[in-house]
Design a protein around this ligand. Structure first.
Ligand code: 2P0
Length: 343
């Protein structure tokens, strides 16, 4: 038997992916860009065992057995095994060939609530693909396979600041994740996750974005006329460590993503009253200082992700706990998460 265990962190998009041009290959209508959290924070841990004693492939997610026949799981298994057959080297040929004939048992756990809309599929599929690749000693580019598990998963294959280039080819060979800057690049950057609700989201991302592509003219405009320029500006802001530019672009992109959700027919509402109050609090805080010291971003759910720099964390956390006392609103504050392991 061979057993391999790996972890993969969540990533938070600052230029959002929303909408596919090819559902099966998971090819997006626009490029996107995210920040990958540190491995010690919100993450998935996956163990995969291969043994000649296993009669079939099986998978458990957070302790519960799931259907291994799920098409996206099957794609990841098939594609990593195909690469293993193609890329195996002579030294390892015997071992890899033997393991490729075995069935696998996969156990995957998240250290954060799966239902809270915190990018669980991104960390999950990134971890599955990476762990499978380790099992079969596959090296090299893997984000193309992770993308076919869940679009946002391709970005969790790298640390630091990562872009998912939409690509142009029909077979998706050029729709890949690329690191823009390493995790050591911006040590002062901090991410706070404010949990406004741990409820499961009403409209899942996959079906939500399908409806948006079919019905929202704003989404089409965004993909064609806004995101290309914004990607360039965001990469420049990151490279220069210009927090004001980074923060403003992040907030504008989150707001436009939620505007496309409202422009979808029937409309999709991911933000709730607490989310709106957090948005307003951030703008009042920044207005007080006359500059952008804090930025928010919301994915397909009401929970806020706050970006700020280290010296601002304590004051902003104090403000949030003061404005949203845990006893009246649940517990909106989860954790201050360093992006960089060395900081
Ligand atoms: C993102 N989201 O860029 C955006 C922002 C949600 C809002 O990627 O169908 O779970 O598996 O490709 O990756 C959520 O979409 O969807 C997502 P699929 P996925 O992070």
């Amino acid at each position: 038997m061979k057993v391999v265990t790996c972890t993969a962190p969540v990533n938070i998009a600052v230029i959002k992916y929303w909408g596919k041009r090819n559902e099966e290959l998971i090819l997006p209508i626009n490029s996107s860009l995210s920040v990958t959290l540190h491995q010690d924070q919100l993450k998935t841990t996956t163990s995969i065992a291969a043994s000649r004693d296993f009669a079939e492939d099986r998978i458990w997610l957070n302790g519960k057995e799931e259907n291994i026949q799920h098409p996206r799981l099957q794609t990841c298994l098939r594609e990593v095994r195909r690469l293993a057959r193609k890329r195996r080297n002579d030294a390892e040929e015997d071992t890899v060939s033997r393991i490729l004939n075995y069935k696998v048992h996969i156990c995957s756990v998240n250290n954060f609530p799966t239902a809270a809309g915190l990018a669980s599929s991104a960390a999950g599929y990134a971890c599955l693909v990476y762990t499978l690749a380790k099992l079969y000693s596959v090296e090299g580019e893997l984000s193309e396979i992770a993308r076919q598990g869940s679009g946002s998963a391709c970005r969790s294959m790298y640390g630091g600041f990562v872009q998912w280039v939409m690509g142009e080819m029909e077979d998706g060979r050029d729709s890949l994740a690329q690191q823009v800057e390493a995790e050591t690049h911006w040590p002062e950057l901090r991410i706070l996750v404010l949990v406004a609700s741990a409820e499961k989201k009403h409209v899942g991302s996959t079906s939500g974005m399908q409806t948006s592509v079919q019905t929202s003219p704003l989404l089409k405009f965004r993909a064609e006329s806004v995101v290309p320029e914004r990607m360039k500006d965001m990469i420049e802001a990151i490279k220069k460590k210009d927090f004001e530019a980074f923060g403003q672009l992040t907030m504008k992109d989150s707001n436009q993503f939620h505007a496309t959700c409202l422009d979808t027919y029937p409309p999709i509402f991911y933000l709730n009253r607490v989310s709106q109050e957090i948005i307003s609090l951030v703008h009042r805080y920044n207005a007080h200082y006359g500059r952008t010291k804090v930025a928010y971003s919301f994915d397909a759910g009401p929970n806020a992700v706050i970006f700020t720099l280290e010296p601002t964390v304590d004051e902003f956390v104090e403000l949030v706990t003061c404005c949203f006392p845990p006893e009246s609103n649940g517990d909106p504050f989860l954790k201050g998460l360093p992006v960089n392991p060395t900081s």
